[in-house]
Design a protein around this ligand. Structure first.
Ligand code: AAL
Length: 408
């Protein structure tokens, strides 16, 4: 293939990739890759360490298509540390999926899923036993002066009456504070908890972080209703039609006040989920409301991620930042969307903690990842029992050998 044809193709690929993007970094690459001179930026060739620009490997061709981004989003996580007091690991008890941490009256607050006893899976008696550690949970909360030693204060939101949409479990909670009111959004499941059960998202509000919590009568978010199961056996992979990315489950809800509206980010699970070249098919969506209590309308741009797991989002520089972990081809990336919808990769990271509870009281500094300096996560102490742990992270912009002074 002649150099001209290759570069034209490269430009075309780039234009497809970059379609709709407005940032300057991409404009400069676009300019670089257009067939008119300069065809390839010599500085970029040098930066990427390309030996011969007339013999580009597939990897070098891809690298030339990358947007030019700095390393200000790149960070490293340290190992998780155990908490003290009531949130230290307790055998026989599940405490998991911590909410964000808020600080009020000089106290940190966190909410989480809590249940007791082992899980039997779907092979046991699903009417009586727990199918997952997050089955038969209620939402509890704890407070702390220093973020290390926590006092469990009690239950915040309990499962609903038999027959209600949240009668089986309420779990994986997030907190939002807006205009002196407190909002908890969380997952709900109605009995029986079988593998085809569809879960929803509930919401409760209060005038104080200590409650009392007022639950809404109806869920604020439900799965898309456009998938079709094949047959009647309890098999979630057998479908006639998969439906939207969230046709089976809406998980990990998190509401952010944004642009005078309320953006409810969530994880979708699709009926007939497959394992792809990036692992599980998991994507995130957003539903937007004018009022914190809803109604929440799903964005027509959903899904807004093609990878990820638990939602971990925060406002930054007028847009929304998102940590994408665990599943899909873009797992282990930090992403940012100027409009809260169109996310772009800003850094590729490793060892991101699961189920992060962000420290929303962190100072709003210049660094995009300042909110990740410390926060909460959970670990599997055993397959039955999980406990909440503390993570920390630090930005990394230089690589320095031991004993060498950094003379930047
Ligand atoms: C987590 C979350 C949701 C799921 C379960 C508990 O990783 O995605 O909360 O339902 O696992």
């Amino acid at each position: 293939m002649s150099k001209y044809i290759f570069l034209s193709l490269l430009s075309f690929c780039f234009l497809l990739t970059a379609c709709g993007e407005k940032n300057n970094e991409n404009k400069s690459i676009k300019k670089t890759l257009q067939p008119e001179a300069p065809l390839i930026d010599e500085e970029e060739i040098d930066h990427l360490g390309i030996t011969n620009k007339d013999s580009l490997s597939a990897a070098s061709k891809r690298a030339l298509l990358w947007p030019k981004i700095g390393n200000e989003w790149f960070l490293e996580f340290s190992s998780l540390k155990p908490l003290k007091g009531d949130l230290a690991y307790e055998e026989g008890v599940v405490r998991r999926d911590p909410s964000a941490i808020i600080k009020t009256n000089n106290l940190y607050y966190v909410w989480y899923s809590k249940s007791e006893g082992p899980s039997q899976g779907f092979g046991g008696n699903i009417e009586k036993e727990k199918v997952f550690p997050w089955d038969r949970c209620d939402i509890w909360y704890a407070t702390s002066k220093d973020g290390w030693t926590w006092k469990e204060e009690g239950m915040a939101v309990k499962r609903g009456r038999k027959g209600s949409y949240d009668d089986r479990s309420v779990f994986t909670v997030e907190i939002m504070v807006h205009k002196d009111k407190y909002y908890l959004c969380y997952q709900t499941v109605q009995s029986p908890y079988n593998v085809r059960v569809k879960n929803q998202v509930g919401l409760a509000w209060a005038d104080s972080p200590d409650g009392p919590w007022h639950k809404l009568d109806k869920p604020i978010l439900s799965p898309a209703d456009n998938g079709i199961w094949r047959g009647t056996s309890q098999n979630r992979f057998m479908v006639e039609k998969k439906g939207d990315f969230d046709s089976h489950k809406v998980h990990d809800p998190c509401i952010l006040p944004y642009k005078n509206k309320f953006y409810l980010y969530y994880k979708g699970e699709q009926m007939g989920e497959e394992i792809t070249f990036g692992g599980r098919q998991i994507r995130h969506g957003v539903a937007i409301a004018d009022n914190p209590l809803g109604p929440y309308i799903k964005s027509p741009y959903n899904p807004v991620s093609n990878s990820g797991h638990e939602i971990c989002v925060w406002p930054y520089a007028g847009g929304i930042a998102s940590l994408i972990t665990t599943d899909g081809p873009e797992k282990n990336t930090l992403q940012w969307a100027a409009d809260g919808i169109n996310f772009e990769i800003k850094a590729v990271i490793k060892n991101a903690p699961h189920a992060i509870g962000l420290n929303r009281s962190a100072p709003q500094g210049d660094r995009p990842t300042q909110i990740l300096d410390w926060g909460l996560s959970h670990v599997y102490n055993t397959s039955d029992y999980q406990s909440i742990m503390r993570f920390s992270a630090h930005p990394k912009t230089r690589h320095i050998a031991k004993g060498v002074k950094d003379k930047k």
